[in-house]
Design a protein around this ligand. Structure first.
Ligand code: 6GU
Length: 242
């Protein structure tokens, strides 16, 4: 999969060259490139923003540099991803959907956002399959860069062959619509806290059913909104403790 990220702060994306995404890059699973939007400016000050039509606080990103960035980077089948608090909520399901796309172009906005015509123009281009505005959640970041880190990491680790252990992908939080159960390692007793007996029992069926119950309990307590959507295959009855 190819991923291009366009930003006025390329250094913000440096973490993507480290750790797991770094390995994916080295192995060729992820062809990731970070671009400075100012490459596509032509004035002495490399201007990327201007005052909003209609007035109001803050600045808006100018359309021209974004148009040239798309001209340079769009391929015959590009999905443009625009991090914005006004976007569609990011989720494991959306990560899975984006992971199937051959090319993502992540457009990181700053200031009050990007001129709307950039997105309208992108959506109308024959070399753009879709424009997806994505929000990480109901809070405000200074720009799209931190969101781009999260989105690209969530998508990259779903590439076939990316994870060392494919089973851990299937078992983790959100893949089955429930939160993950608590995990423990040695020692069996630590500072007066003991690992639950069932995990030391060697009874694999009992362990599986304990873990499923724990997942349901946690989800009911912390994220009851997820339970309505989750498939609940004949599990235990769970009531929130709060
Ligand atoms: Cl995706 N972008 C920005 N700028 N702020 C956010 C966000 C995204 N998600 C939550 N807040």
């Amino acid at each position: 999969m190819r991923v291009d990220i366009v930003t006025i702060f390329p250094a913000y994306l440096d973490p993507l060259t480290l750790s797991l995404p770094g390995k994916a890059r080295e192995s060729g699973l992820l062809d990731l490139r970070v671009h400075d939007l100012r490459e596509w400016t032509h004035d002495r000050h490399r201007t990327v923003d201007d005052t909003p039509y209609g007035g109001g606080a803050g600045m808006v990103m100018k359309p021209e540099p974004w148009g040239e960035a798309l001209d340079a980077l769009a391929t015959p089948n590009t999905t443009v991803v625009v991090p914005t608090p006004a976007g569609r909520p990011f989720s494991q399901a959306l990560a899975r959907e984006l992971a199937t796309r051959p090319h993502l172009l992540v457009a990181c906005g700053r200031y009050e956002g990007i001129d709307q015509r950039v997105l309208d123009h992108a959506a109308a281009r024959p070399d753009v399959a879709e424009v997806v505005e994505v929000s990480l959640g109901d809070y405000v970041l200074n720009g799209g860069e931190v969101a781009a880190l999260a989105i690209v990491e969530a998508v990259a680790r779903l590439q076939p062959g990316f994870m060392g252990n494919a089973a851990s992908l299937a078992e983790e939080s959100h893949e089955d619509g429930l939160l993950e159960y608590p995990v423990y390692t040695k020692p069996a007793s630590w500072r007066g806290h003991d690992v639950p007996d069932v995990l030391l029992s060697g009874d694999h069926a009992a362990i599986a059913s304990w873990r499923h119950e724990q997942s349901q309990r946690r989800t009911a307590e912390r994220r009851p909104d997820l339970l309505a959507a989750a498939s609940l295959p004949g599990g235990v009855e769970v009531r929130p403790s709060v």
